[in-house]
Design a protein around this ligand. Structure first.
Ligand code: PSU
Ligand code: MN
Length: 311
């Protein structure tokens, strides 16, 4: 076992027996949602993974240790401390490890720890991406670079609508990251089912997705290839159509600019502002889309395990 890593006993046992495991991130808990909805959501997401036949492994850095699988108390503490916990992306990991500090892991850092643990499926809300105005700010999430190099499949509701979605897709294409539409021909826009951006690949069942992942992992081994994005639109009854979101997003972006919000603070600021501007509607949608992604990730993980066992 990797000496940097602590596996929760239930996660270790499942991995040892080739049973399905789904990784979950913790930035969404500490920085993506307010207390107490963040703790409630984290527990609901773990329950959704279990209901669909997989073991959840929520990932974080706790007092300098890389953790795959957290206790209830650890999740609760990350939720309660909120933004007092460091937001940990790839660049932050060695500093947190060396200083024994705690960090909530982004998609990028969660992928790294999942890969170290041998977990290939990961569910989140939305991946980071190319920010609007990136030509001037250079603000491109490290999530995209991680998807290019680390072989983990990320189920998400597309990229957050606060981003530049066309440029995010271009970046993923350049870096050879497959983006699979699940039951859709276009990239979902997080709160909304549609973005108007066509995808090249559509799959309609967990078994089909699992077969593509198996192929990608073989390729990744031979070519040092990276991850896969599984883009799963929010259920229709929970979506906020793009036209309604556009004005709120524009206002949140303007406020961020006026207040000089930059760097890692941008994404949490925008999510919180959009939530306030929509009177909490975007938070309810955010919770539902994470749950939907957790269910699909578990279903795909179950299919992967079955296909491996049958091979
Ligand atoms: N999706 C959400 N809520 C979040 C995030 C994504 O629904 O809080 C977080 C993820 O952890 C993602 C991060 O990795 O935002 C991206 O931040 P940045 O743009 O600074 O890379
Ligand atoms: Mn950024």
């Amino acid at each position: 076992m990797n000496p940097l890593l602590d596996l929760h006993p239930e996660v270790a046992e499942a991995l040892h027996h080739g049973r399905p495991v789904v990784a979950l991130e913790s930035t969404i808990i500490s920085h993506g949602m307010p207390w107490p909805q963040n703790a409630e959501t984290a527990f609901l997401v773990e329950a959704a993974v279990r209901e669909h036949g997989a073991v959840p492994a929520t990932i974080a850095v706790i007092e300098g240790r890389l953790k795959a699988g957290l206790t209830r108390a650890q999740i609760e503490s990350l939720a309660q401390q909120g933004t007092a916990v460091a937001k940990a992306s790839r660049r932050d990991l060695p500093v947190l490890m060396a200083s024994g500090r705690t960090g909530a892991t982004t998609v990028a850092a969660t992928m790294i720890i999942a890969a170290m643990a041998g977990i290939r499926m990961f569910a989140t809300g939305g991946i980071g991406g190319v920010h609007r105005g990136a030509a001037a700010s250079f603000d491109i999430s490290a999530d995209l670079q991680e998807l290019a190099r680390t072989p983990v499949a990320v189920v998400c509701a597309g990229a957050k609508a606060i981003l530049d979605l066309p440029l995010t897709l271009e970046y993923l294409e350049t870096h050879g990251v497959p983006v699979l539409g699940y039951g859709t021909d276009e990239l979902p826009a997080f709160y909304s089912r549609q973005s108007g951006l066509k995808l090249q690949h559509r799959l309609d069942t967990p078994a089909e997705v699992a077969r593509v992942l198996q192929a990608q992992w073989k390729l990744a081994q031979a070519t040092h290839g990276g991850g896969v994005v599984i883009a799963n639109p929010i259920a229709a009854q929970h979506e906020i159509p793009q036209a309604r979101m556009a004005a709120y997003i524009a206002q949140a972006l303007q406020e961020a600019q006026q207040q000089g919000v930059a760097g890692a603070a941008v994404t949490p600021f925008l999510l919180a502002r959009v939530s306030a501007l929509t009177g909490g509607a975007s938070l309810a949608t955010n919770i539902q889309l994470v749950l939907g992604n957790a269910r699909l990730a578990a279903q795909v993980a179950v299919q992967v395990a079955a296909q491996v066992a049958a091979a």
